[in-house]
Design a protein around this ligand. Structure first.
Ligand SMILES: Cc1cc2nc3c(=O)[nH]c(=O)nc-3n(C[C@H](O)[C@H](O)[C@H](O)COP(=O)(O)OP(=O)(O)OC[C@H]3O[C@@H](n4cnc5c(N)ncnc54)[C@H](O)[C@@H]3O)c2cc1C
Length: 465
């Protein structure tokens, strides 16, 4: 299956039988170049896969439609990102652009209660810190490292089409440079890391919208927002309010990223301009509005439907799906970049293991699939309940009985792929959640019905992030 070569040279398009997954007529193709592994997208997932593969001796080609540095939302990292950054050799560079994030606070504006969590109190005390980053800077550090390690990164080059060649078992990828030139590649293996564009998931008809969760977001950057002092300055604040939740993410240069993640139903109720609606929404959360009272908007307001989805498969004969190209979950726990990078590393390990031992490939691929599902599944249980009053109570009044608080903090730190033994305590946490929910049945049923009504509406078409 994974018997690609590491050669790279010009070759004529071949005429073998092929499976063109778009369903459109013949793809528009340019001159074809052979390569070994081709990665679609140079965000955190694609860049991590590229660095990891290059370190193992492969020479992947990365096609990125944008040019770094480019804006991207998703600025809050988790402590579990740090060992990954260390392994990729970029920890120092990220430290230099990052705002230290030692914890997170959750605030209920209804009764003014707030709860601060410090990552140093998690089960594994060796992961006390994360960073808030400007994604333009962070993503550029990663992609430049991919080039430095030997990957061929081609920016301003959008993948337009893909064909699975049945005869040779290779994949032909058709792309367009931003000057209009067409170019094609023939690869032994492709990795889709195209983010929420979900290039391959769409082409394969593999993308499934979540029936359990749906949300939309509006966000912008501010200067002059009131920050906490000292070590708490860089903490993320999450404010619950009637229509969802807000983030307040302080960046290193004094800018603060503020966003509202709301029910699609609420987003659809918009009558005013996006800017007016964003400020009307901020006004619904007085403690956050107060922190922004002297602040100035420094960017346009962006909006995006960020409903959750997953592809029905994470791999095929000669492709892997990673990061948001495979699945997207609500960003309330800032898990996206960590899961994307973890996926990039796992993809590189999987390809390498399959090539070293082709006989073990089916088991390696099943393991890859399991790891790709693990993170989204663990976070989703909490995401689907985070706006529920029972969950709010547990977050606002945590108890460390049976080490439940430490286990929860480890999850919030993203420490879910290693050996930290949090699972028994997390199961107990869930049992407590169900017990409190049952004891307050009326409230629980109201919350369930309310949530079901809120996620039913389709998000309106919005400017993409
Ligand atoms: C509102 C919101 C808030 C978020 N907040 C956070 C947060 O605080 N913390 C966090 O960790 N995560 C957050 N996320 C999630 C996070 O942004 C993503 O999970 C993360 O960026 C995924 O990385 P990726 O590499 O898979 O995809 P991306 O970062 O999206 O990278 C994909 C790359 O592929 C390129 N591409 C796409 N299509 C093509 C094509 N056809 N050809 C060539 N290139 C292509 C794109 O230009 C892009 O550079 C948030 C998401 C949203 C929507």
């Amino acid at each position: 299956m994974y018997v690609g070569t590491l050669d790279s040279g010009r070759m004529a398009p071949e005429s073998s039988s092929q499976n063109h997954v778009t369903g459109s007529p013949a793809p528009i193709s340019g001159p074809t170049t052979a390569c070994d592994i081709l990665i679609i997208g140079g965000g955190p997932a694609g860049a991590t896969a590229a660095i990891s593969l290059a370190e193992k001796g492969y020479r992947p080609v990365v096609l990125e439609k944008a040019r770094h540095p480019r804006f991207h939302i998703g600025e809050s990292l988790l402590p579990a990102n740090l060992p990954l950054l260390q392994r990729l050799g970029v920890a120092e560079k990220v430290r230099a652009i990052g705002m230290e994030k030692w914890g997170a606070e959750f605030i209920s504006h209804w009764d003014g209660r707030r709860q601060e969590f410090e990552f140093s109190q998690a089960w594994d005390k060796s992961l006390p810190l994360a960073y808030q980053v400007r994604r333009s800077e962070f993503d550029e550090i990663l992609i430049r490292q991919a080039t430095a390690k030997g990957a061929l990164v081609i920016e301003g080059c959008r993948v337009r089409d893909v064909e699975f060649l049945e005869g040779s078992g290779r994949v032909r990828v058709h792309a367009e440079h931003d000057d209009g030139r067409l170019q094609s590649w023939e690869a032994a293996q492709i990795i889709d890391a195209s983010g929420r564009d979900t290039f391959l998931g769409n082409r394969l008809g593999a993308k499934r919208r979540s029936k359990k969760h749906s949300s939309a977001a509006m966000y912008a950057h501010f200067t002059g927002a009131r920050r906490d002092c000292g070590k708490r300055e860089g903490n993320i604040s999450v404010y619950w309010f009637d229509h969802g939740w807000f983030w307040f993410i302080p960046l290193a240069d004094g800018t603060t990223s503020v966003g509202a993640v709301v029910w699609p139903h609420y987003m659809k109720s918009r009558k005013s301009s996006l800017r007016e609606f964003f400020f009307e929404t901020l006004a619904l959360c007085p403690p956050l509005a107060e922190r922004l009272s002297a602040a100035t908007l420094s960017t346009e307001i962006e909006a995006t439907g960020n409903y959750s989805y997953a592809c029905d498969r994470s791999y095929g004969k000669n492709y892997l799906l990673i990061g948001d190209a495979y699945t997207f979950i609500d960003p309330v726990f800032s898990s996206g970049v960590m899961l994307a990078m973890q996926g990039g590393m796992t993809a590189a390990d999987t390809i390498d293991a399959c090539r070293r031992n082709p006989g073990g490939a089916p088991a390696e691929l099943r393991r890859f699939d399991k790891l790709m599902r693990h993170g989204p599944k663990e976070f989703s249980w909490f995401i689907h309940r985070v706006t529920n009053p029972t969950m709010r109570e547990l977050f606002l009044g945590p108890r460390n009985i049976w080490r439940m608080e430490e286990a929860l903090l480890s999850l919030l730190a993203g420490d879910i792929f290693g050996r930290t033994p949090i699972w028994k305590s997390l199961r107990l946490f869930k049992a407590v959640y169900y017990a409190i929910s049952a004891a307050n049945l009326g409230r629980t049923l109201r919350a369930v019905r309310n949530r079901a009504a809120n996620i039913r509406s389709e998000p309106e078409r919005l400017t993409s992030a």
